[in-house]
Design a protein around this ligand. Sequence first.
Ligand SMILES: Cc1ncc(C[n+]2csc(CCOP(=O)(O)OP(=O)(O)O)c2C)c(N)n1
Ligand code: SF4
Length: 636
Amino acid sequence: MNAPLPEHIRKALETVSLDDKYTLDHGRAFMSGVQALVKLPMLQRQRDALVGKNTAGFISGYRGSPLGGYDQALWKAKKHLAAQNIVFQPGVNEELAATTLWGTQQMGFAPQGSNRFDGVFGIWYGKGPGVDRCSDVFKHANMAGTTPWGGVIAVAGDDHVAKSSTAAHQSDHIFKACGFPVFFPASVQEILDLGLHAWAMSRFAGVWAGMKTIQEIVESSATAEIDPERVNIILPDFEMPPGGVHIRWPDTALEQETRLMDYKWYAALAYVRANRLNHNVIESANDRYGVIASGKAYNDTRQALADLGLDDDTCRQLGIRLHKVAVVWPLEAQTTREFATGLREILVVEEKRQVIEYQLKEELYNWRSDVRPDVLGKFDEVSGDHSGGEWSMPNPSANQLLRANADLSPAIIARALAARLKKRGILPEGSDVAARVDAQLAILEAKERAQQVLNASTPQADRLPWFCSGCPHNTSTRVPDGSRAMGGIGCHFMTIWMDRSTNGFTQMGGEGVPWVGQQPFSNEKHIFANLGDGTYFHSGLLAIRQSIAAGVNITYKLLYNDAVAMTGGQPVGERPEGHSVIQIAQSLQAEGVSRITIVTDEPEKYHGAHHTTVGGITLKLPEGIKVQHRDELDRV
Ligand SMILES: Cc1ncc(C[n+]2csc(CCOP(=O)(O)OP(=O)(O)O)c2C)c(N)n1
Ligand code: SF4
């Protein structure tokens, strides 16, 4: 028989609900990183109300892993969001979504008296390629600025290992190029805490704040402390320009640039400094070796230290200092200097291309050589003369320490760290601690070897993904003998490894357009291009327009499954009623497509069919459009 639960736990369980994460104002609740992004604006609105401000929130963006399910989580939480004046409107694509958020900061341009709120704070979200699409609007909006009770966070979903993407990506550099300070939370709790800081900084410094999320953090779940006042925000003393840093109208491009370059970034840095967003996690008076990391790489570094048997006390005894960075760009100089002081070497642990490492080197370059620590990260020290940087080697990849491609793991970090600690004499040869580290490394290596053996003996684990049974793409993506197709984004991407003569693919919305650059130089007369209906609505219509403009001979197979399937089946058209075949046919005819045929399992569905638009206009299939049974596909 089970022992009865203690009374306080039994009582607590009686009131626990799955909605706690959204309904609780205070307390702990279990949530995923994505759900934390749903909760975050509610906390912001509550914080504002506590200081007597009546604010509202606006969320827009476009789906894509690891933020593929964010929109669905927002839809599910609609009533909780509405109760806090938070509106969610998905974008047609990422770029237009970002423009809507720029709009939230332009409320002050409207005639006096038209604003119902003291400010509108916003969240933009998108997968890394969506971030890439947005740099034009991001730069404009960031130059223009934010409002004192608004502020915008741009949340990027990065897929460092291309687990669910056609290209591995890293948004830090794009955010930096657009001038957004970049926050990198390392846990579900930090999504909440740093999210509130990100808005506070955005309001204070007049910048958009970037937030980098990756699957290991945003797709993980944990209990998090919910409290709108949990984060103690300190607004620093900073001399603002006359007129401040916020958005205004009229405003010239060069004035905006001056505001950004001469004030807003420095105000953001002052914010990071005042709130100690970057800080030492392990330190002692006699530290000699430094490790600096952020986000997932920070978690992996902690795991690596644990795997090596180096707990916090041992690190202190050995003189190892660990610094955690929450804002990876711009790297706040004063805290960085404090961290670096007294160290002989610093190992920068970050995934993908260098962000922190280059800034650290820039910060330390002018230090006196007798106090300046060496900095290593992507590449190891070169024996002999190591006065040059990484570009001074013919090909530095042979000298890699912490790789820039794919991701890092605790084992990779542990190996690099152990090697450097030995080299710098932090783990003296023959010492007990060095022997313990060696023993731990041997265990890690044995585990890796065992994993390799397991992988080699189970080749069937590498089964390629395929269409679901009954999926219309199964037949629609077949091409007649002797012809070929180009792939694109969506479930039909899988055709590139199927028996479908489909080769090549494009970014989302570029489908078929490579043919424009090929046909003038080719004897091939025609090509097929697959285009999903979600992608068509997002940006693919413009790809068709490009092909028409170039006058190339191409057949688009617009694969209509009435869903943005690959990301979870969201409705096409960003409206519950979807975007109908009739609407698409009407648009394509207006674009000048020379022949449109509907191929379907149910031709009868289209006899006399009509579609009533949101505006109440009744649309019918345009004259001359044939409707054929799918069995006729090859003939069509
Ligand atoms: C710019 C960009 N944004 C988002 C994504 C993520 N993404 C991958 S597949 C996909 C859905 C495509 O839907 P659809 O075109 O309808 O094809 P289906 O999956 O239904 O076959 C999305 C949004 C992406 N790859 N690129
Ligand atoms: S999710 Fe939908 S579109 Fe994707 S393979 Fe399965 S049935 Fe086909």
